[in-house]
Design a protein around this ligand. Structure first.
Ligand SMILES: [Fe+2]
Ligand SMILES: [Fe+2]
Length: 304
């Protein structure tokens, strides 16, 4: 019999409690205001036009930070979506509230960094934030199984993206900020990654089907952000997050090496079919990534 959402939540609760305690002992307290280089700042003048010359950031870094912060800003809607699925009680509610508090400081520190450096057009950013939060669009996976798989993949993708963005900033303070944020995302990823491992023991066939759906349909959160696709392309060209990193640093290490999907025993017929489609899909992503990598390597350096 298929395992439904309530049953899966109930059976996962002891694992979630253990992973939440592990998270609390692994996470370090940090203070956004202590990482921001305030001495670089100056007052803004109303109606002051922003000139890209003011920004010491390359286009790739600007696009990455623009998408990163708008995603972090959309936090109220993540909280809403997670609450609707996981409820507010027990460890699920505790985790969601703690996670929300941690994500909130990412938006704080990135916005302060951008503002003090005049890195982006802050008026345009504020308008984009108003639009984004007013729209309220967030990914909304259809089940608990789909939800934990999606977030496990997405938190890792976010960690990779933040860390690569930090390197692109060419600024020690910026790198320290993005590394700090990425370290939080890594702990979020570990919580969900290991929750999925436990769920695979409870309901292997149901979980493989969820992994297949989420891997095949994976998209970074960004729906509703104006020019999302344009920024995503700039980010991929800058090497922050692209097909190759998605395949080599997410799908292979998590789906194959950690969840060991290919070695799972006792799958029902539907689970076997999901696994076959999943394996084929990941192989396809791998060969597209390889082609893109060699095309990129042939491009003249100034075109990147
Ligand atoms: Fe975050
Ligand atoms: Fe996170």
């Amino acid at each position: 019999m298929a395992v439904d959402d309530d049953q899966l939540l109930a059976e996962l609760e002891p694992t979630a409690t253990r992973l939440y305690e592990r998270h609390l002992s692994a996470s370090k307290e940090w203070f956004p205001h202590e990482l921001v280089p305030w001495s670089r700042g100056r007052d803004y003048v109303a109606d002051e036009a922003w000139d890209p010359e003011q920004s010491m950031l390359c286009e790739g870094a600007r696009s990455a930070l623009f998408l990163n912060i708008l995603t972090e800003d959309n936090l109220p809607h993540y909280y809403r979506a997670i609450t609707a699925k996981f409820g507010t009680d027990d460890v699920w509610g505790e985790w969601n509230r703690r996670w929300t508090a941690e994500e909130g400081r990412h938006a704080i520190v990135i916005r302060d960094y951008l503002a003090v450096n005049h890195s982006l057009d802050m008026r345009e950013l504020e308008r984009a934030r108003m639009r984004q939060v007013s729209l309220g669009l967030v990914p909304n996976p259809s089940s608990i199984a789909d939800g934990i798989v999606y977030v496990a993949l997405q938190e890792l993708a976010t960690r990779i993206s933040h860390r690569n963005t930090g390197k692109l900033l060419d600024d020690a303070e910026g790198l320290a900020i993005m590394s700090r944020v990425a370290a939080d995302e890594n702990l979020h990823h570990l919580f969900y990654r290991d929750l999925v491992s436990a769920a695979l023991e409870i309901d292997p066939s149901g979980m493989v089907a969820a992994i297949e759906r989420q891997v095949r349909g994976f998209e970074m959160p960004g729906a509703g952000i104006e020019d999302f696709k344009v920024h995503a392309r700039v980010i991929a060209d800058a090497g922050v997050y692209d097909f190759a990193s998605h395949h080599d640093q997410i799908l292979v290490p998590v789906v194959f090496k950690h969840w060991r999907v290919e070695q799972l025993q006792n799958l029902k017929a539907a689970g076997e079919q999901s696994r076959d489609r999943l394996v084929k899909h990941v192989e396809k992503v791998g060969s597209v990534a390889k082609r893109m990598k060699s095309r990129l390597a042939r491009r003249p350096a100034h075109a990147v």
